[in-house]
Design a binder for this molecule. Structure first.
Ligand code: GLV
Length: 328
């Protein structure tokens, strides 16, 4: 019996590729070129499955051009690169990689928030430039993390894991805003207080964004929101580019309307708005919040499991549009 054919659209761990090759005829892109839409369509011809990352956009046009496709498995928890309604309409199962990255991503979010509050990148650049000639009483004075008010926008699994670190490890007061309020059993161990967005912006000393990207979240933090924040506050974005208006943020940082920002994601990444490179009070990292070897491997393994199950009659562990399975 011939095996189903799949495309692994980006470079991945060789061990994961070897595992996939036990189940599928695999075309892989270990050269790791980023496919244009036309190239993606071309490489997907005759494929029943695709192993994707955030750089592959699966939309109605791609789906219409690839009628044999049955499953797209994203190696990411976020899936704004998928048009889920179009996948469902085409009967294509979409999967993602939740849970396995929660704690690693929360570690990074917390670290980025701390690096931002304590001006670590800015002071390191100063040191590397050879400008450190003497100790001064207020040198790179930042703001405290312990005991401060941690504001979280998007209180899903990762948001809650960051809140735990803040409340239990650093004695922070936790306030959050989310589409829906958490059950009291989840709020009370953290002392977390559900607030409206305006209160979150007004009261947070350190605001961390962890909400999924959607059209309604586009520029959820723009000039009007930044204007409501404390001038001493920091903003950390580990969610998605486009949730923050990067131009407005760069202006707010330049004018010290907020103290500092930590950004792991950017509008139009991997390109960065040049204004962000010009302001000193920002810590910039290249979308690495889930990047430990163990977690990236767990994400790749989970994406592979989803593909194998979906194309060999099993139950995919983490479907996004599971209703497609019910209809099959
Ligand atoms: C990374 O950004 C992810 O969504 O997993």
């Amino acid at each position: 019996m011939t095996q189903p054919a799949i495309l692994v659209a980006r470079a991945v761990f060789p061990e994961v590729l070897a595992h996939l090759a036990q189940h599928f005829e695999v075309e892989s892109n270990q050269a790791d070129t980023i496919f244009t839409k036309a190239e993606l369509i071309e490489h997907l011809q005759g494929k029943q499955g695709a192993f994707t990352t955030g750089s592959e956009r699966i939309d109605a046009e791609v789906l219409a051009a690839c009628p044999q496709l049955r499953v797209v498995a994203n190696m990411a928890v976020g899936y704004n690169n998928f048009d889920i309604a179009a996948c469902t309409a085409a009967g294509v199962l979409a999967t993602n990689t939740p849970d396995v990255l929660t704690e690693t991503t929360a570690d990074f979010g917390f670290a980025l928030m701390m690096a931002t509050a304590r001006r670590m990148a800015e002071s390191e650049r100063f040191l590397r430039r050879g400008e450190w000639t003497k100790w001064t009483y207020d040198m790179f004075a930042g703001s405290d993390v312990h005991g401060a008010t941690l504001g979280i926008l998007g209180m899903g699994r990762i948001g809650q894991a960051i809140a735990r670190r803040g409340a239990l490890g650093f004695g922070m007061k936790v306030i959050y805003h989310n589409r829906s309020r958490l059950p009291a059993a989840d709020e009370s161990p953290l002392g977390a207080r559900y607030v409206d967005k305006a209160t979150l912006l007004r009261e947070a000393d350190h605001l961390v964004l962890v909400l999924p990207y959607s059209a309604s979240a586009h520029h959820a933090i723009g000039a009007p929101e930044l204007a409501q924040m404390k001038p001493t506050a920091t903003l950390t974005n580990i969610a998605r580019g486009g949730i923050v208006d990067d131009v407005a943020l760069a202006a707010a940082l330049r004018d010290r309307r907020i103290a500092a920002a930590g950004l792991d994601v950017f509008e139009g990444e991997p390109a960065l708005h040049p204004d962000l490179l010009d302001v000193p009070n920002v810590v910039l990292t290249p979308h690495i919040a889930s990047s430990t070897l163990a977690t990236r491997r767990a994400m790749a393994d989970l994406a592979a499991k989803n593909l194998v199950a979906a194309l060999t009659g099993g139950v995919p562990p983490t479907p996004i549009n599971g209703e497609v399975l019910a209809k099959a």
